[in-house]
Design a protein around this ligand. Structure first.
Ligand SMILES: Nc1ccn([C@@H]2O[C@H](COP(=O)(O)OP(=O)(O)OP(=O)(O)O)[C@@H](O)[C@H]2O)c(=O)n1
Length: 439
């Protein structure tokens, strides 16, 4: 049932295999299945079944009722109801189609699923969209994802209701927001041929159209009417941000970085209309919002650093030696991500699609350094702190670290220096100078 039947009928990639039946969990567990079955959620009666290495979930038909402020677990769960009841607790009619596993017959208990699938429209399972959204605010995000990934239109009453109920998103738990945002930002991975507009752009445009995006990221409100003030931009800041996300490669950190890269612009505009330091402001906003959405500290930091650096060497004027040092400082992974973000930023401005000179330069520099085996961290150096103390008699303390860091920087442009002998030599006569100057 659910997404599996929907996608099979549309000829789209398979989703998880979800089975629903009137059988109670105990009855399924007692069956002599040629595989394994275990309970994964007692309250909802969900079982995980593995047959021939294929994992599926079984749920018993159930009815759910929610208290005020949906988005948490249902207040009451009643299992062992009819398929029609089971269908009515679901979100969209095309997600409430069932297939009889024995006969293969498609069952449409809401009476609107097949017609909506044919008409390629997203509607709720019951005629009252307000109730369906109130039961679970996450459905505001799911709506945008299905709109993007299926290429369907959305019933006008549902869009209106989503706009009215946009605030429900704030009741949804962080983990679920992060999980669904990830699905939205990567919804083109399996579904790239559904419409002429990029699935992620479609999804984000609906999130913006309903105001849900601004509920999650209030800083975007001021970006809507803000022109870019540059001749090479044809969009407003908001449109540019959404296009940049869709132009970024399908990698969560990159898509998030694209979403935040210019979010600091409205705050950065001074009285004379000049924009100052929007990269740092954007990074601060990312550090604030991403944990609120439930993203991990690692993802937040990766995104914030990319946002902070996205203007680095915009004019492509930095000497190669400086680029090499920057690459060493941030590491290959981030440096290459930065190249990809730079590219998405240019393409997301709506004029160009071809090669982006600074991105290509970043990639060439990184490839060259990799080929030369440039040490990228203190661990890659041919000497250790102990070597410096024992061979050069440097007393333990912060100076040892400082010298090591300077040796590392030295090797960014002269990797042939990375031998024990040469590094000890480099550290020895210049010790005085090295300890005075910070790297
Ligand atoms: N907030 C939710 C989550 C899920 N469902 C129902 O549970 C089914 C399975 O959920 P899920 O696996 O999350 O979605 P799929 O529709 O299967 O889509 P996908 O696998 O692409 O996420 C959905 O089809 C829908 O009927 C729902 O009504 N409301």
């Amino acid at each position: 049932m659910g997404g599996g039947v929907r996608n099979a009928l549309l000829g789209l990639p398979a989703t998880d295999l979800d089975i629903a039946s009137a059988a109670l969990p105990g009855e399924v567990l007692a069956l002599p299945l040629p595989g394994t079955a275990k309970e994964i959620n007692r309250r909802l009666g969900t079982l995980e079944i593995t047959l021939d290495g294929v994992r599926m979930e079984h749920t018993t038909f159930r009815r759910e009722s929610y208290g005020p402020g949906g988005g948490h677990a249902p207040e009451r769960v009643e299992i062992g109801v009819s398929m029609e009841e089971d269908a009515r607790r679901r979100d969209f009619s095309v997600n409430a189609l069932y297939m009889d596993v024995l006969s293969g017959e498609i069952l449409d208990p809401t009476g609107r699923g097949l017609a909506d699938l044919q008409a390629r429209v997203l509607r709720t399972t019951t005629p009252d969209p307000a109730e369906i959204l109130r039961d679970d605010g996450l459905r505001l995000l799911r709506l945008a994802r299905f709109y993007g990934q299926l290429g369907f239109r959305v019933d006008a009453a549902l869009v209106r209701e989503a706009r009215r109920q946009k605030g429900l998103i704030r009741d949804v738990s962080r983990e679920r927001i992060a999980g669904e945002m990830e699905k939205i930002l990567l919804c083109d991975v399996k579904y790239d041929k559904v419409s002429r507009v990029h699935p992620v752009l479609r999804a984000l445009e609906l999130l913006h159209g309903t105001g849900v995006l601004e509920e999650l990221l209030p800083e975007l409100r001021a970006a809507e009417g803000l022109p870019q003030k540059k001749k090479y931009h044809k969009y407003t800041v908001l449109q540019h941000i959404l296009h940049t996300v869709a132009c970024a490669p399908p990698e969560l950190v990159l898509r998030l970085a694209a979403l935040f890269h210019d979010v600091g612009k409205p705050e950065a505009v001074d009285r004379n209309g000049r924009m100052l330091g929007h990269d740092r402001i954007g990074a601060r906003i990312a550090r604030e919002r991403l944990p609120e959405w439930g993203f991990s500290r690692e993802i937040t930091e990766d995104v914030a650093v990319l946002v902070e650096l996205h203007m680095y060497d915009l004019a492509g004027e930095a000497r190669e030696s400086r680029l090499r040092r920057k690459c060493q400082e941030v590491g290959y992974r981030r440096f290459l991500q930065l190249a990809a973000l730079r590219e998405a930023d240019v393409w997301g401005s709506g004029w160009e699609t071809g090669p982006v000179a600074t991105a290509e330069r970043f990639r060439r520099v990184a490839a060259q350094m990799q080929a030369e085996g440039v040490p990228m961290s203190l661990r890659d150096l041919a000497v250790s702190g102990r070597d410096l103390m024992e061979e050069l008699g440097i007393p333990p303390g912060p100076e040892v670290g400082r010298i090591l860091r300077q040796l590392l920087v030295l090797c960014a442009n002269k990797p042939s220096q990375n031998t024990r002998e040469r590094l000890l030599h480099a550290a020895s006569p210049r010790r005085g100078a090295m300890s005075e100057k910070q790297t």
